[in-house]
Design a protein around this ligand. Structure first.
Ligand code: M6R
Length: 604
């Protein structure tokens, strides 16, 4: 249950477990959050067991009810299966199995995989196969298409769990007289820090003393062992009421850790992880940033900095749009794939496509041992620590920080910036953790406003230059956490349409650029505030300390410490996160597990 609790952020519309007992498989499953399963187990406890599987679900096939919850049973209740991903050919397989006389209780693709596995298991057993569960898993996996991590236990194989993975995450935890499997290491972090990454299309069989890895055809394979460098406490709330609040408060550390050890005393960047030939990096003529959701907004922030520092044209594209539109990428393109989880299927597929076209891929990722870094040419890890709340906060700031480091590194390598210029930016970056802390320490006003606005029906966000992606991220946080309609707009776009939305009392959050920043952007955004206010908007302004010019036009002003324009998103985002989190909490919503979402979107 503890392991499932730690993994619940990945999906939380139903949960279930199955354990092997001397009398066969015992299973319980329940729709809703894990707490419902816990209650069910208290009412109807399972027998003691040393081997079992458990699952939390994010529904793809069939409603999130008890029947569709995993595990699914097959082979007359002797086999139990859990599954992440989508089996794309399940309809064909199901039709064939129905013809063979199989019956199904649920609407899931998982039950089809279980029935397929059960049928093969029976055939192999009849033929005297010495390891029918592992071999059945190999054979079944050969027939399955799509994305899957499948785990199975069979009542005739005590002490054995067999798993297969394709396009969906699975890690092994190596214990002493016990071994584990998990979608990520948090599932077994209480027991071991030794973990093994599995490769694509591999089958693994674990017993208390052994871990055997092969490909789908039985050829021996090796996983890559790694040490989990955070402990269970990092995945706990640490006294905060929610992971979301903890993670917002972790941000000074997330940024500090991401900067740590990546430059020398002279302010030169040392990115040892960037194992791509320097000649190739010098010849890059285009950068394409690929990501989804919040990570894509981090990419949009980074674009301003990378283009400014490196003079390399930089595009930011949603991963799922990129690969279906015949994009122009080649050997001179550097793809930067940004993903907190390292498992987002859309981004993984886009990375594969880009590499097939000859592009080099650098991943910016927070999760050690995940798939996207493994399939990229190089990885810059963000050291934000585990992010458990489903809506991303600290990973966003860490991604921006890592992307800045990458941009500065390219500028250093290609000679676009003098050493002292780079050292100056690094010095400014080094001040960011303390500045973020300053915002966190003075958050009462923003929290109060959030509580006062709990009944808002719609909130608009405006920003310009790097403030534009910040505005979109602020809107996304409010949608995700508080289920309030929210949109982020480029302030300059206002007059081209969105201003029609402004009516009496419409709250608008405006991210104002520094008055010392580029050209006359500050004055233009201040004019925008006046324009919307004249039409009845309630203006909520995020501005730089000392910028009193906004006060005459704002109902509410929140100040952030002074900082160079390109680095400002590391500060201006924070009040927007606090605002969304506090407003959602005031409405009584679960800020860690918002409705309909999952942390890692491992299906396309
Ligand atoms: O793990 P990733 O960074 O690849 O995830 C990308 C998005 O799914 C993620 O940022 C999503 O938008 C979050 N719900 C944002 O809070």
């Amino acid at each position: 249950m503890e392991g499932l609790r730690r993994l619940e952020y990945r999906g939380y519309d139903s949960a279930g477990v199955a354990v092997l007992t001397p009398n066969g498989i015992a299973s319980r499953k329940k729709s809703g959050k894990l707490s419902n399963l816990v209650a069910e187990l208290e009412a109807s406890p399972l027998p003691a067991s040393m081997t079992g599987i458990g699952h939390t679900r994010w529904a793809t096939h069939g409603a999130p009810n008890d029947t569709n919850a995993h595990p699914h049973l097959a082979d007359n209740g002797k086999l139990a299966v859990i599954h992440n991903g989508i089996i794309e050919n399940f309809a064909e397989l199901k039709a064939a199995l129905l013809e063979q006389g199989e019956t199904f209780l649920s609407e899931t693709d998982t039950e089809v995989a279980a029935a397929l596995l059960g049928g093969i298991y029976r055939e192999l057993t009849a033929a005297g196969d010495p390891d029918p569960l592992t071999n059945a898993m190999r054979k079944a996996s050969q027939q399955l298409e799509g994305a899957f991590t499948l785990l199975a236990v069979h009542q005739d194989s005590p002490g054995v769990v067999v798993a297969a993975r394709r396009n969906s995450p699975l890690v092994v935890g190596l214990g002493d007289g016990e071994n584990f499997l998990g979608s990520d290491v948090s599932g077994f972090i209480d027991f071991t820090r030794r973990a093994v990454e599995l490769g694509q299309d591999q089958v693994v069989t674990i017993t208390p003393d052994e871990v055997v890895i092969t490909d789908f055809f039985g050829a021996p394979a090796e996983g890559k062992e790694f040490h989990v460098d955070w402990d269970a406490a990092a995945a706990e709330k640490g006294g905060y009421p929610s992971f979301m609040e903890k993670e917002i408060n972790d941000q000074p550390d997330a940024v500090g850790q991401t900067l740590l050890g990546r430059s020398d005393a002279q302010g030169r960047l040392i990115l040892d992880e960037l194992r791509i030939d320097e000649a190739i990096l010098r010849s890059v003529d285009k950068i394409v940033v690929l990501a989804c959701g919040t990570s894509a907004y981090a990419g949009q922030v980074a674009k301003y900095a990378i283009e400014h520092w490196c003079r390399i044209p930089t595009e930011v594209e949603l991963s799922h749009e990129f690969r279906y539109r015949d994009p122009i990428v080649n050997e001179k393109t550097l793809v930067v794939a940004i993903s907190q989880s390292g498992e987002t299927m859309d981004t993984l597929m886009a990375v594969r496509y880009a590499r097939e076209q000859g592009a080099k891929v650098v991943a910016i990722c927070n999760t050690n041992g995940s798939t996207i870094p493994r399939e990229s040419d190089a990885v810059l890890y963000t050291h934000a620590g585990p992010e458990i709340a489903v809506a991303s906060t600290k990973a966003f700031l860490a991604q921006i920080t890592a992307a800045y480091l990458l941009g500065l590194y390219l500028a250093q390598l290609r000679g676009n910036k003098y050493g002292d210029e780079i050292a100056d930016v690094l010095a400014d970056l080094a001040e960011m953790p303390a500045k973020i802390q300053n915002i966190l320490d003075n958050a009462d006003k923003v929290k109060k406003l959030a509580r006062d606005m709990a009944d808002a029906k719609s909130v608009l966000f405006l920003g310009r230059h790097v403030g534009f992606p910040v505005a979109m991220e602020g809107a996304l946080k409010l949608k995700e956490l508080a289920y309030i309609h929210a949109e982020g707009f480029a302030a300059g776009e206002l007059k081209h349409g969105p201003i029609a939305l402004i009516e009496d009392g419409q709250p608008v959050v405006v991210v104002v650029p520094s008055p010392n920043g580029r050209d006359s952007l500050h004055a233009k955004v201040v004019s925008n505030i006046q324009e919307i206010r004249a039409r009845g908007a309630v203006t909520i302004v995020i501005a730089e300390e000392g910028d009193t010019s906004v006060e005459a036009y704002a109902e509410h002003v929140f100040y952030v410490p002074k900082t160079p324009t390109l680095l400002a998103p590391l500060l201006t985002t924070v009040p927007l996160q606090i605002f969304a989190c506090e407003l959602a909490s005031a409405k009584g919503y679960d800020v860690d597990q918002p409705r309909n979402l999952a942390k890692s979107v491992t299906v396309e």
